[in-house]
Design a protein around this ligand. Structure first.
Ligand code: AMP
Length: 284
């Protein structure tokens, strides 16, 4: 596996790949890799296999998407481990730029605004978060020049915002959204899970349980969003040590709330346990 740190070298390698008529699949992450990220690599390899492939993973913690009060400084950084995991899973090139390489003057003047898709839910809890995500994804797309990029359903609103950006700004990149990878008990894998004490982990599990209960009710025929939301809320309210932030049924592309739930809509939720924020979703 090739390790690349600079934009110049990354562009050079990408141009070489293209000159050989090979295609590039790209998996952007913030590092602290786990099985959820590695299944995105599997998907990327599968896509790129069609035309000889290169898989890129960028492990880069993006300061632009963290508010001053958030956990940018303590976000787990485990580069040595990430290198082993990525290489073991067949990543061809690991792009690991520094903050200074991506933001030479720190904050860019021009940013990408997500519009309505980034306004509610995560966008409301974390103002400017999706501007940070879209701006760095746009930059990375221009640097890596992938044919296709793979994102996780775990961050469904992020995937919707990226798809909307690609559509509206005509990025020549296909976007694939891969299913959420869960622990055996249902907890969605997340780099932030390593912050959780055993007690907090138990509380964290209530979010996926609430989403599964909403899904079960949908399967049994319930189509009213308010009824499904009530089922989920009942499981998250008045639990000591757990603060629910939002739980709603939305259109998975626009992230606008729906009243009547259809196949393909999603329930999205966020909670806080101790100092850790957890998000999850389920598609009906
Ligand atoms: P992150 O660096 O954890 O913010 O995420 C990098 C990419 O991995 C994003 O596209 C995430 O949606 C995806 N991802 C993170 N956790 C999971 C998971 N448990 N299952 C599937 N994809 C995930």
């Amino acid at each position: 596996m090739q390790l690349v740190e600079t934009i110049a070298e990354m562009r050079h390698v990408a141009a070489d790949v293209r000159a050989k008529d090979q295609s590039i699949a790209f998996v952007p992450t913030m590092g602290a890799l786990h099985e959820g990220h590695l299944t995105l690599v599997d998907e990327a390899k599968r896509l790129a296999d069609v035309v000889v492939m290169s898989v890129f993973v960028s492990v880069f913690v993006n300061p632009l998407q963290f508010a001053p009060s958030e956990d940018f400084a303590r976000y787990p950084r485990t580069l040595d481990e990430d290198v082993k995991l990525a290489s073991g899973r067949g990543v061809d090139l690991l792009f690991t730029p520094t903050k200074e390489e991506i933001y030479p003057e720190y904050a860019p003047v021009v940013i990408v605004h997500p519009g309505s898709v980034g306004k509610e839910w995560e966008g409301a809890v974390r103002p400017h978060h999706f501007e940070g995500v879209l701006t760095v994804v746009a930059k990375l797309f221009h640097i890596v020049m992938p044919d296709v990029a793979v994102f996780g359903q775990k961050d469904l609103q992020q995937a919707a915002a990226v798809k909307t950006m690609v559509r509206d700004l005509n990025f020549p990149v296909g976007i694939l959204v891969a299913p959420t990878v869960r622990e055996p008990d249902g907890l969605a894998m997340s780099s932030r899970n390593r912050y959780l004490s055993p007690k907090e982990r138990e509380l964290g599990l209530k979010l996926s349980k609430a989403l599964f209960a909403m899904h079960d009710a949908f399967v049994r025929g319930e189509r009213r969003a308010s009824a499904l939301e009530a089922i989920g809320w009942r499981m998250l309210e008045r639990v000591a040590g757990l603060t629910p932030r939002y739980l709603a049924v939305v259109n998975a592309d626009t992230f606008q709330r729906v009243d009547n739930v259809r196949h393909g809509d999603a329930a999205v939720g966020a909670i806080r346990v101790g100092e850790t924020r957890l998000i999850d979703n389920i598609i009906f």
